[in-house]
Design a protein. Structure first.
Length: 340
């Protein structure tokens, strides 16, 4: 961490550690537009990033957006966790195996697909979230650097996810994993990839995911919802961001393609038990809730966790303060229980 990164880290963590009355004065009046009041720490995070001019998509440029996300990621990291990160290559795909202390072998494994709108995340940006899940779920986490849009539009990222899953099954012994206890999951765009991967693998013979962890996924790249309109600006993920990222990822593929938008996939048969989390102040909230309901209606075992006072992307903020950490812990514990 550079001196500048360290300063940003101290500033971000220091402000969120202030007494609640001080944080309220900094954040401004309480926000009650969602299903519950906006959490104070989430409100303060939005205020701080807004004043700093933060945007997820910078200058409609993938390289500029990637650089900005990497620069900000260090400020979000939590304290070091007792997890060993080992760089590996998965059929030509760069990857990182996160192994928690005292993890049994063979044991369960999560194939983790990072967020970032299929265009701007990477292994380093999502290193802390992957470590967090490995440590608190007590399982190995295999995080992959799938190909990014717009250089590699759909289905490149999904194809890489499928390649990585099959590779993990074949090489489970080397990874210290049980090939029959491999889960898939991710947050945001990564959750969308995980859901699409489960659909792709659902009707084939042989190993399939035993569990899927979907944190605030995009499930419908074609339609619109009340939450998309209500939280179109001012809540970290904006309407402009969404449109640029969807255009970059979908390319020339119709957005109703079930590999892009799992809302249009057949949810009957073969899908694993699912943990799906939504955030109350997230433009993607309504489509996540609808997808959870659709899975349940077709007999899939679903736990739908609602964090009505939080915002999109809270897994990445797990190291910042208690509200984000508690939501991320809920996912980690569901993952732990889902693969046993």
């Amino acid at each position: 961490m550079t001196p500048r990164d360290r300063l940003q880290w101290l500033l971000m963590h220091g402000v969120l550690a202030l007494p609640a009355p001080v944080k309220r004065r900094l954040a401004g009046p309480a926000v009650t537009e969602g299903p519950a009041p906006l959490d104070l720490d989430a409100h303060l995070l939005i205020t701080m990033t807004g004043r700093a001019g933060y945007r997820l998509v910078v200058e409609d440029s993938a390289p500029a957006s990637r650089a900005a996300l990497r620069a900000g990621a260090n400020a979000l990291r939590g304290r070091r966790l007792p997890v060993t990160a080992t760089p590996i290559t998965v059929d030509g795909i760069a990857a990182r195996l996160h192994t928690p202390r005292a993890s049994p072998a063979p044991g369960p494994l999560l194939l983790f697909l990072h967020g970032g709108g299929w265009a701007i995340g990477d292994l380093d940006v999502y290193d802390y979230p992957a470590r967090f899940l490995a440590h608190h779920a007590g399982i190995r986490v295999l995080s992959i650097d799938y190909r990014l849009a717009p250089e590699h539009p759909y289905p490149a990222g999904l194809d890489d996810a499928a390649t990585a899953f099959d590779w993990a099954v074949r090489n489970a012994h080397t990874l210290g994993a049980d090939p029959h206890r491999i889960a898939v999951g991710g947050d945001s765009a990564g959750a969308t990839l995980a859901a699409a991967l489960s659909h792709r693998l659902s009707d084939r013979p042989g190993p399939r995911p035993v569990f899927q962890m979907l944190l605030y996924p995009a499930t419908d790249l074609h339609g619109s919802t009340p939450s998309r309109r209500q939280f179109a600006d001012g809540y970290l993920l904006t309407h402009a961001d969404i449109q640029w990222l969807y255009d970059a990822y979908a390319g020339s593929t119709p957005r109703t393609d079930p590999g892009l938008s799992v809302r249009y996939a057949d949810p009957a048969g073969g899908l694993p038990p699912t943990y799906l989390a939504t955030a109350g102040y997230d433009p993607l909230r309504d489509e996540g809730q609808a997808y959870a309901a659709a899975l349940a209606a077709h007999g899939v075992t679903v736990e739908h966790a609602r964090f009505d006072g939080l915002v999109h992307g809270y897994l990445a903020f797990a190291g910042l303060s208690r509200p984000f950490r508690q939501a991320a812990l809920h996912a980690a514990h569901a993952l732990r229980d889902g693969v046993q």
